[in-house]
Design a protein around this ligand. Structure first.
Ligand code: NAD
Length: 337
């Protein structure tokens, strides 16, 4: 069993912990937290050994009556691999500790690409991560774009991608984020960081991205134009996207008109935390005009990177090939809606 440590048990970390636990070949050796908050309490209730991420704060856990298994150093030493899900910037600072322990590490998309040896997306470049010390699972938006680009590039060739990302202002629990009543071009200058980030996975891809932030918490929505090198009809493109294991093409009869109904659907089908690990592409929106493909997709920012982290664990340790890992992860999580 692969012993997986999770350092940073917040929005991403707690989801990755549950996904790792669901795998037949992995165990959560422990999770590290900075504060004895509600997430620390639920980690203990779920039976995850809890480690203090900052030694000076051990007392806070004692005061709150939350039992610790040790410090983050001990956790990293005991693990085969560590998933760092700390806030942006902290992951990069932690790399030195992981290297000292010779423990391979996965960073998240909030870190700069050069904090890691390689950037990872399971569908696009699984093998490039094998044997590296530090890999970065790209952000929710870059993951969503990469899953779309990979099959289109393989099947039709791509001249250029143009994507406008309508981004949620914050996650549901991020009470300090906004905007509350505004629509912000974000960033105002072009391109947004997403295009260059997609280039960490597809170095030769021509891609321009623009971003806006809106007062929403549920999901991001992408308006996509891909100039293809060939001219399939829309039905062919739809078949291709339906055949991918991490893209959910929303059928017209479902009458899902936005992120609200997508999340409602995820709750109805019993998804943990109403998570949607797949890209959600509106079937009706898939349109070809000459060699220009257009579509809309919604991305659940809190969860689409979760199966990618699980695959990255196997990739960095060289434990599996891409197809086998993706299949194992999908089956263990119950992906495919
Ligand atoms: P979060 O704030 O929800 O969780 C981070 C957790 O790390 C918190 O529990 C925090 O207390 C803890 N922490 C802070 N400092 C720490 C330290 N020194 N050691 C250990 N733990 C520490 O953040 P998040 O949304 O889970 O984001 C984590 C990473 O994942 C970031 O790089 C982010 O960019 C990326 N990411 C986030 C999303 C998203 O939408 N939330 C999507 C994809 C990728």
């Amino acid at each position: 069993m692969i012993q997986v440590a999770i350092n940073g048990y917040g929005t991403i970390g707690k989801r990755v912990a549950d996904a790792v636990r669901a795998q037949p070949d992995m165990e959560v050796v422990g999770v590290a937290k900075t504060r004895p908050n509600f997430e620390a309490e639920t980690a203990v209730e779920k039976g995850y050994p809890l480690y203090a991420a900052i030694e000076d704060r051990i007392e806070l856990f004692d005061d709150a009556g939350i039992e610790l298994a040790g410090t983050v150093d001990e956790l990293v030493a005991a693990a085969d691999v560590v998933v760092d899900a700390c806030p942006s910037g902290i992951g990069a600072d932690n790399v030195e500790m992981y290297r000292e322990h010779d423990t391979p590490a996965l960073l998240q998309g909030g870190e700069d690409a050069d904090a890691a040896d390689v950037s990872f997306n399971a569908r696009a470049n699984f093998d490039e991560t094998t044997g590296t010390d530090v890999a970065r699972v790209v952000s929710c938006n870059t993951t969503g774009l990469s899953r779309l680009v990979a099959p289109l590039e393989e099947e039709y060739g791509i001249e250029k991608v143009r994507a406008t990302l309508v981004r949620r202002g914050g996650d549901p629990a991020q009470t300090g984020r906004g905007p509350i009543n505004d629509i912000l071009p974000n960033p105002v200058s072009l391109p947004s960081h997403h295009g260059p980030d997609v280039n960490t996975i597809f170095p030769d891809l021509a891609i321009d991205t623009l971003g806006l932030k809106v007062p929403a918490t549920l999901m991001h929505t992408h308006s996509i134009n891909v100039e293809l090198e060939s001219t399939p009809d829309a039905a062919e493109v739809r078949d291709l996207l339906e055949s991918q294991s991490r893209t959910f093409v929303i059928d017209e009869h479902m009458a899902i008109d936005g992120a609200g109904k997508l999340k409602e659907y995820a709750q109805d089908v019993g998804r943990p935390r109403a998570d949607i690990w797949e890209n959600c592409i509106w079937g009706e929106s898939i349109t070809m005009e000459g060699n220009d493909l257009y579509l809309f997709q919604a991305i659940h920012q809190e969860s689409d990177v979760v199966p990618e982290n699980v695959d990255a664990v196997r990739a960095i340790l060289g434990e599996s090939d891409a197809a086998e890992s993706i299949e194992t992860t999908n089956e263990a999580l119950g992906m495919g809606i």
